[in-house]
Design a protein around this ligand. Sequence first.
Ligand code: FAD
Length: 334
Amino acid sequence: MITTDICIIGAGPVGLFAVFEAGLLKMRCHLIDALPQVGGQLSEIYPQKPIYDIPGFPAINAQDLVNNLLDQINPFHPTFTLGERVEKLERQEDGSYLITSNENTEIHCQVVVIAAGLGSFEPRKPAVERLEDFEGKGVAYMVKNPELFRDKRIVLAGGGDSALDWTLFLSEIAKEVTLIHRGETFRGAPDSAEKVFSKAEQGQINLILNANVAALNGNGHLKEISVVNKDKSVLHLDVDYFIPLFGLTPKLGPIADWNLAIDKSAIEVNTKDFMTNVERIYAIGDINTYPGKLKLILCGFHEAALMAQSAFKYVFPEQKLSFKYTTVNGIHAL
Ligand SMILES: Cc1cc2nc3c(=O)[nH]c(=O)nc-3n(C[C@H](O)[C@H](O)[C@H](O)COP(=O)(O)OP(=O)(O)OC[C@H]3O[C@@H](n4cnc5c(N)ncnc54)[C@H](O)[C@@H]3O)c2cc1C
């Protein structure tokens, strides 16, 4: 079991900055995110877009902001569980919380901070016969650990950046890689599409265009995929893994079941310290709502600062908090 002072659900920009504000007050943080990488919407939706309204940065590329936040919180040594979704929050007798993920990782903490943005990003599932029968048994919706696919026969499907990038990456380590796309042109970066076409010409990957995966077959584990071409002919491929990459869509998911006051898919908080209607559970960033709420990164940063000042009393009940500037106090590594 992981033990920490504050468990932050969501490692988007606001969850990351909350580590800094907590760290200034000597509170340790563990972050858990359903995605395999940190950065939330910035890394998942618009990593290469410039942001113009971060104070002090006339323009900053979204992924650079995430990298800067990681550098900024590094002295406080946060720990991470990535690629796992929080399912359960259980209050303990002493007021602390036990958090459990979909993979049964347990985190014990004094304070819970929900920085879950729009909710957890769930994969868009294509209409493929028996798809759900093979989830975790040959069907994967994200590449969490590329080593799993070493020397295996992989079929990917999709036409965006993820499908192109993972096809190129896995072609270096897998035994055989096939990319299936329902069109002839790709939505992803032209440079990546060109590389895929060139690798296909050289016989390093199999590229099947104008086709859809229709059904999966196997016995306990995925063994075969049926592909339907535009002319309705059917192709059967032997395969170890199928990775459909049709994008992610955010869902509030289990957060809706935690007895928190919710208004239109957002958690109601007070604006004094961004606590929810449940003591020791805070909500900051895009996931919360209050009169005048703006879903902006800078608003989430402000909320993180006030949350940390309030959470201090639960982590150090014996101590009195006195406010200090970083220019005066500096930063003391945890
Ligand atoms: C295209 C686009 C452009 C934008 N441009 C700007 C801009 O210029 N300026 C600006 O200020 N804002 C902009 N925004 C908004 C900004 O991205 C959000 O305000 C910001 O990402 C909110 O950060 P967050 O940390 O609250 O949530 P998010 O970035 O959404 O991160 C939340 C994280 O929580 C995780 N999560 C959710 N539920 C669970 C769960 N149950 N278990 C585990 N993990 C979970 C998710 O996987 C996600 O990684 C833009 C948004 C988009 C889509």
